[in-house]
Design a protein. Structure first.
Length: 323
C-alpha cells in the first residue's frame, strides 16, 4: 500500500501532528512478523494490523511452531511462510525479508507486545531516515534485569557506533527494504538480529531515528529469550560487528590496557628491584602488537567499504545508461 495517504489520514487525525510534506513517499509497506508458538496471540495481532490499513502486506514467518500459529495467521489474512523446524528468530526475520515485496519493511514481534497503532509513527520518518526504531522506556522492559542489561548494551553500542543508541534490542522497527536486503548475510539466526541490524546501519553511514513507543506486557504464553544465554550472545554480537565495521574501537582499548599494565609493572619492579623485568617487556610488546593489528584491521575494513562503494556507484551508473 502507499504510505502517503495512510499517514496523512491516520497521523493528522489521531495525533494532530505537522510534518514536512517533502518526506511523504509513495512506496508499499510490508509487515514482517516472526512467530514461534504464538497461536494464542498471532490472530489478534494480524487483525489489528489490518484494522490500521487493510492494504498492508502482512507476512508471518512460522518458525517451526508446535501449535496452530500458522493456521491462526492464515485465518486472519496473513501470508504465511513456514520453517520445517525452529531455526531462530533472526532466521525468521531473514526469511521475511526475502519473502516480503514492500519497499518499506516493518518488523514486529508476534507476541502482541508491539502496538500496531505505532506503525504510522515509524513510517512518518521515512524516507528521511533509513531505519526507524521504536524505543521502549525503562518501565516498558520485560523485567528490571533486562532493563539494566539493555542499558549496558545501549552504552556499549553507543561507544561502538559513536551514536546515542536508545534501544538496541527493540524488535519493532521500520527499514527501507533495499537496506535490509543488503545486510541479510550479517544477520544471525538468533534473537540478536536487532543488535546486528542497528550497528550495521550506523557503521555503514546510514541514518537511524528512535521513536518512543509503549510496549505491552505479554498476556499469553511465555518468552523464549534467556537473559543469561542471549545476554552473552548480544555482547558477542556487538563485539563482532565492532571488529567488522570499526575494529580500532576494540583493539585500541585492549592495547592501552596492556600498555598501562606493562608500565605499572615496570614502575613496581624498578622501585623494588631496580630493573626492567621480562613481564614488563612482554606486556608492552603485546600492547604494541595489538595496536598494529588494530591499524591493519582498520585499513582492511576501510578498503572493503571503498570497494563496496565503488561497485554501488558502478551499478547506479549502469542503471542510468540503461534508461
Amino acid at each position: 500500500m502507499t504510505i502517503d495517504n495512510f499517514i496523512l489520514k491516520t497521523y493528522r487525525k489521531n495525533h494532530n501532528s505537522i510534518f514536512a510534506a517533502d518526506y511523504m513517499i509513495d512506496q508499499s509497506v510490508s509487515i514482517v512478523i516472526p512467530a514461534f508458538n504464538e497461536g494464542e496471540n498471532i490472530e489478534n495481532l494480524v487483525r489489528r494490523v489490518f484494522t490500521m490499513n487493510s492494504t498492508f502486506e502482512v507476512v508471518v514467518i512460522d518458525d517451526g511452531s508446535d501449535d496452530n500459529t500458522a493456521e491462526k495467521a492464515i485465518q486472519a489474512g496473513a501470508k504465511v511462510f513456514r520453517h520445517p523446524y525452529n531455526i531462530g528468530n533472526g532466521a525468521a526475520i531473514k526469511s521475511g525479508i526475502r519473502a516480503a515485496t514492500g519497499d518499506i519493511l516493518v518488523f514486529m514481534d508476534g507476541d502482541g507486545q508491539h502496538d500496531p497503532e505505532d506503525i504510522p509513527r515509524l513510517l512518518a520518518h521515512l524516507p528521511q531516515y533509513d531505519l526507524v526504531v521504536g524505543a521502549r522506556s525503562w518501565k516498558d522492559q520485560a523485567s528490571a534485569g533486562r532493563a539494566l542489561g539493555n542499558a549496558v548494551y545501549n552504552r556499549l553500542a553507543g561507544y561502538v557506533a559513536k551514536f546515542p543508541v536508545k534501544d538496541l534490542t527493540s524488535g519493532f522497527r521500520a527499514v527501507k527494504a533495499h537496506v535490509a536486503k543488503s545486510m541479510i548475510y550479517l544477520l544471525p539466526n538468533t534473537y540478536s538480529y536487532p543488535t546486528t541490524m542497528t550497528l550495521a546501519v550506523l557503521r555503514t553511514g546510514l541514518s537511524v531515528k528512535y521513536v518512543p513507543i509503549r510496549a505491552r506486557r505479554r498476556k499469553r504464553g511465555k518468552s523464549n529469550i534467556s537473559l543469561f544465554k542471549d545476554g552473552i550472545r548480544f555482547f558477542m554480537i556487538i563485539t563482532r560487528i565492532c571488529t567488522l565495521f570499526s575494529p580500532f574501537r576494540v583493539f585500541l582499548p585492549v592495547s592501552f590496557f596492556m600498555f598501562v599494565l606493562g608500565l605499572l609493572r615496570y614502575v613496581q619492579t624498578f622501585i623494588t628491584e631496580g630493573r626492567f623485568t621480562n613481564m614488563s617487556a612482554l606486556l608492552i610488546t603485546t600492547a604494541v602488537i595489538i595496536f598494529m593489528m588494530g591499524m591493519i584491521s582498520e585499513q582492511i575494513s576501510q578498503m572493503r567499504f571503498e570497494r563496496r562503494g565503488t561497485r554501488r556507484s558502478d551499478r547506479i551508473e549502469s542503471s542510468r545508461k540503461a534508461r
